[in-house]
Write a protein that binds this ligand. Structure first.
Ligand code: GTP
Ligand code: MG
Length: 170
């Protein structure tokens, strides 16, 4: 059998938006309501069959807390893809993505594939960011836009599949 194609994916976004929870759901199909804030960054890997390809996602989950901000660069510098996460119930976390995107365009690879994830879709009754605004932002930076819930397992694996489709169109 063929060796899998290696891709490096970095998750970026403010603390508490659910980056680690998205990774835990994708890799282990698990959720913790008392998840702890990430320190520095953490790694998890997962192989996915996508069409005729085996793709190994090497996932770097960065810490959103401000004190770790300067570390993120080490992880996105040579990334194939970035998942920029906000919490749909927190407008600040959406506004924060503009800064993450500025850094990615200043210091990241020019051809990086980006997905914006509006996480905590299960709390949609408290949505604080108009869908149209999020879509518009994603479009303006050439990113995909997906809504996810790590808690109820909505859209998580599909987001990685859509990302694979963006990286390997055929
Ligand atoms: P940092 O590591 O500090 O950057 O935070 P993070 O973005 O990794 O957030 P984390 O995954 O630790 O989740 C923060 C909190 O939100 C935890 O209490 C999670 O249980 C909760 N959470 C994560 N995803 C969801 C979701 O889809 N829905 C709901 N309701 N809660 C979620
Ligand atoms: Mg985390």
């Amino acid at each position: 059998s063929k060796a899998p194609i290696q891709v490096k994916v970095v998750l970026l976004g403010d603390s508490g938006v659910g980056k680690s929870s998205i990774v835990l759901r994708f890799v282990a199909d698990n959720f913790k309501s008392d998840a702890e804030a990430t320190i520095g960054a953490s790694y998890m890997g997962k192989i996915l069959q996508f069409n005729d390809k085996m793709i190994k996602f090497n996932i770097w989950d960065t810490a959103g807390q401000e004190r770790y901000h300067s570390l993120a660069k080490m992880y996105y510098r040579d990334a194939t893809a970035a998942i920029m996460v906000y919490d749909i119930t927190k407008k600040d976390s959406f506004d924060g993505l503009k800064r993450w995107h500025k850094e990615l365009s200043d210091f990241g690879p020019k051809d990086i594939s980006i997905v914006i994830a509006g996480n905590k879709e299960d709390l949609v009754q408290n949505e604080a960011v108009p869908q149209e605004e999020a879509l518009q932002f994603a479009k303006s930076i050439g990113a995909l836009y997906k809504k996810t819930s790590a808690k109820t397992n909505v859209g998580v694996e599909q987001m990685f599949r859509d990302l694979a489709g963006k990286m390997f169109p055929d």
